[in-house]
Design a protein around this ligand. Sequence first.
Ligand code: IFM
Length: 468
Amino acid sequence: MPGVRALPLSPDASAVLADRITPPVGSAMGKPGFVWGVATASYQIEGAVREDGRLPSIWDSFSATPGKTLGGDTGEFACDHYHRWDTDLDLIASLGVDAYRLSLAWPRLQHADGTANTAGIAFYRRLLEGLKSRGIQAWVTLYHWDLPQHLEDRGGWLNRDTAYRFADYAALCAREFRGLVTGWMTLNEPWCSAWLGYGEGHHAPGLANPRYALQAMHHLLLGHGLALDALRAHDPGTPAGIVANVERVTTDGDTPADHDAARLLELHRNAWVLQPLLAGSYPAELWSRLYPGAEPLVLDGDMAIIGRPLDLLGINYYFRSNVRAGADGLPVMVPLDGVERTQMGWEVYPQGLEDLLRGFHARYRLPPIYITENGTASADSVVDGRVDDAQRQSFLKRHFAAVSRAIDAGVDLRGYFVWSLMDNFEWAFGYERRFGLVHVDYASQQRTPKDSALALQAFLAQRRAGQT
Ligand code: IFM
């Protein structure tokens, strides 16, 4: 593979590496049928932002604004995947995974008047056919944050009309790509779009008002429900759902107020998204306690659209937060000392994933669950052709064990996608933070599988041989 450095490994070395990552012996995760995959997103890897009629997105504008991203990094070139997709697919195939989770760039697929951009469609068709010919399932997210800028210019997710434009785009994708997609996901992490993008301004479009965030969330979820209808109308039979990021929240305080503060923050992180999707209502404490006056405008019938049954729910999990109650009883972040952290500063807390999955299972009627993202960033570098990412291997092994325990406890969990296939544009943190199983040298675009990639490859080979 040009541009990819692969390590020849002896069988002994492979076995050692596999052991560093393997889920517990006998786990459902080691059985045939469990879906193993890797994940990426369009703006984070593609580059080629001005090619073949692609329109500007909110992330082009945001990252080009001084001070918004670390080092002023943008997605202009990223991993140059738009040109290297074929060898990148070979790389994915070489890992031995069953599936690849990717996202489509809305600004590549529709012109500003809503008509189809045939060059963009041709790109994704080549990609999806390339996956199919390699025997790899395509799990496709419609929206991983790259909103066309022209829609933001008309209010973005604050404008109810964006939800309807999203449904039109979903219908186009379903018509064009049906037969090539194993699972559809409407939105990736609406919490991040709404809160980081409209509530805090750390993400595009960079607005900072909780009232905006609650309204943007409502339109995102409405768009999700309308898009589900469109996917089902134009690609019936292919499972469709949504991806939510979730966060474990605990308190090290010992007062009832501390526990209430943890409950409130967890509601803001998780129930804000999951409750409307799975139980048909918003948690009203969002506006009665956390953000007074921020109740969103919800029209008759909206909650029924948002609550359409899901065929699948993607869960993205990374860390836990610790809080205590402030003087007003509201949550205040109190980072714990002496815990293991990643390059992002996030606490490594695998138990949180099991806790959350068991909690959701007890509270909601869940559709089949897929871990659509889990992984870690570390300051990896290539030394003598090798990347020794010991923390990632240990992180993954401990999270696999947590997932396995959740399955044993009765959660219908059917697949796991590592975030990410390769190092990429980590949004406001630019290229410094490395989440990949594969190291990317951005100057040369050389890809070097890290030891975690080799370990995953070795484990999946053992699984195929029935040795897990
Ligand atoms: O890189 C992101 C991804 O785009 C969405 N989920 C979290 C990842 C790590 O921050």
